[in-house]
Design a protein around this ligand. Structure first.
Ligand SMILES: Nc1nc2c(ncn2[C@@H]2O[C@H](COP(=O)(O)OP(=O)(O)O)[C@@H](O)[C@H]2O)c(=O)[nH]1
Ligand SMILES: [Mg+2]
Length: 262
């Protein structure tokens, strides 16, 4: 390889895209084709890592076909379930130093991948979020109940991370940022929030995205996941504001003792 080629190769943007999946086979081809079209147009060398929890729905076959033309592979985890831990598994397998996470169901627009990633490539941010709640961002075809649910759950998380959309599942960071996470607890659905808090990210950029309802299949968000989210938020408050949380706990105990004694 000549010197010029070497310089060009080292300057090229390289991106590992991690996609957690559970029963998403019909979405994988349109997702990969659109993602690779967007990254190629932006001059980004990208790999896609699908981290699947043994869906057994033909996902492996679809990825095998796609791998003939694209840099995509699938990790099938057996006997383990969970979006957040699947994302961390993908990080461990990633080849490149800039990591992007997105859903498989085409809710996150593939054409926004280069825009979100550029915030990290350029050094403008150490964490970038594809956001539904900044000017220009929106949600289309999302049922009203789902919007209310998402909005209400977003409120307590905004105190933890200085962004309008702290629960976004579409985000990008450097490997070194992930590596500096303290006591990462990858439970439930909201690994982006967990990372922003535990990696103590300060420079966070939000890129507006148009979030669509899923292309095929059903949401895997359950009541159990929502309860896990509350548990996770409690843990993050404790991590971020230990004195305030301890103070409130003491006040509650004193109040209860006073009530019972009275
Ligand atoms: N590996 C893995 N992926 C999951 C799991 N649950 C959800 N996902 C994936 O995480 C992404 C977001 O899930 P989705 O059901 O669309 O959540 P929603 O957008 O909140 O309704 C999709 O790509 C799912 O296939 C899981 O337990 N394991
Ligand atoms: Mg979805």
């Amino acid at each position: 390889m000549g010197y010029d080629t070497l310089v060009m190769a080292s300057a090229q943007r390289q991106l590992s895209i991690i996609v957690p999946t559970y029963k998403e086979a019909p979405n994988l081809r349109p997702l990969c084709e659109q993602v690779f079209a967007a990254t190629a147009a932006a001059g980004i060398a990208a790999e896609v890592i699908i981290v699947d929890d043994d869906s057994n729905d033909g996902s492996e076959e679809v990825v095998r076909e796609l791998a003939a033309d694209h840099e995509v592979r699938i990790i099938v985890r057996k006997g383990e379930r969970g979006l957040s831990s699947a994302v961390v598994r993908g990080f461990e397998d990633a080849r490149y130093d800039v990591l992007l996470v997105m859903d498989a169901d085409l809710s996150h627009p593939p054409e926004s991948v280069p825009v979100v990633a550029e915030k990290v490539f350029s050094g403008e941010a150490d964490f970038a979020v594809g956001s539904r709640y900044v000017g220009g961002g929106e949600m289309v075809n999302w049922p009203l109940l789902r919007r209310i649910n998402s909005w209400a759950a977003t409120m307590p998380a905004r105190v933890l991370a200085p962004v309008r959309d702290p629960m976004a599942g579409f985000f990008c960071l450097r490997r070194e940022t992930w590596k500096r996470a303290e006591k990462l607890n990858p439970i439930g659905y909201k690994i982006g929030l967990e990372l922003m808090v535990k990696c103590r990210c300060r420079r966070i950029a939000e890129v507006p995205i148009v979030f669509k309802d899923r292309l095929c299949g059903e949401s895997k968000l359950t009541v159990r996941q929502q309860l896990l989210y509350l548990w996770q938020v409690g843990g993050l408050y404790w991590f971020r504001f230990p004195l305030a949380v301890a103070g409130v706990a003491v006040l509650v105990v004193v109040f209860l003792i006073w009530l019972l004694a009275g």
